[in-house]
Design a protein around this ligand. Sequence first.
Ligand code: MN
Length: 257
Amino acid sequence: MRTLLVADLHLSSDTPEINQGFYRYLEHTVPGADALYILGDLFDAWIGDDLLDANTHPLCGVAQEVIKHLRKLSSDGTAVYLMHGNRDFLLGERFINACQAFLLPDIEEVEIQGVPIVLLHGDSLCTRDEAYMAFRQQSRNPEWQAQMLALPLEQRVALAQSLRTQSGEANANKAEAIMDVTHQEVIHVMERHGVSTMIHGHTHRPHVHDLTVEDVPAKRYVLGDWDAQHGWDIVIERSDHTAPRLRQFSLTQLPDA
Ligand code: MN
């Protein structure tokens, strides 16, 4: 009786070590789990599900391999849940269905192994980054997305590339604090959902934070981003003292469960 959560894999055709490490994680660590939650930025960029037809695009093979692994887990009884991140918000029904996964809304309140938890990617908590919040609002608009998806694939590839470069340059000039979550927003979301546990990724600042929400001790778990050497997950096991555990592990020495 255990559930696993990951985020910020940022898979691409330029990250062979992470891709292989993630496939091994799906083959070695996840089988037998009740559920796997992928809390956004599974891919470093996603430009539309028609990528799955573009055999010459280097990400197509990576995506097919991810689908194969997630579908196997799902067929073997592990429920697979996906959430959009700020990089892969165009992941659509076709990809989700191919994985036999479920798409979660941007903020989801769940009970995992008996623990009520609010899950989110985390970008929506970074409210001090006003430029990003404006882009977020625009990019989640269905009309904007439809316009994007109507562009030829090659044009979308180029656009995603320039957005990444722009965002990298912009972020390099932003104060550290602006790119982290806003404490008041965290409290607000937890109060609204009436939970004392939150799990998210996005900030690439893995940590377990203690806080107080409505006079009750609460915890905010931040998942880490994967790199060529290491991965991060959270495991929640049903036991007398169920508490989520944040883990970092070597991609060549994956946890057995
Ligand atoms: Mn992110």
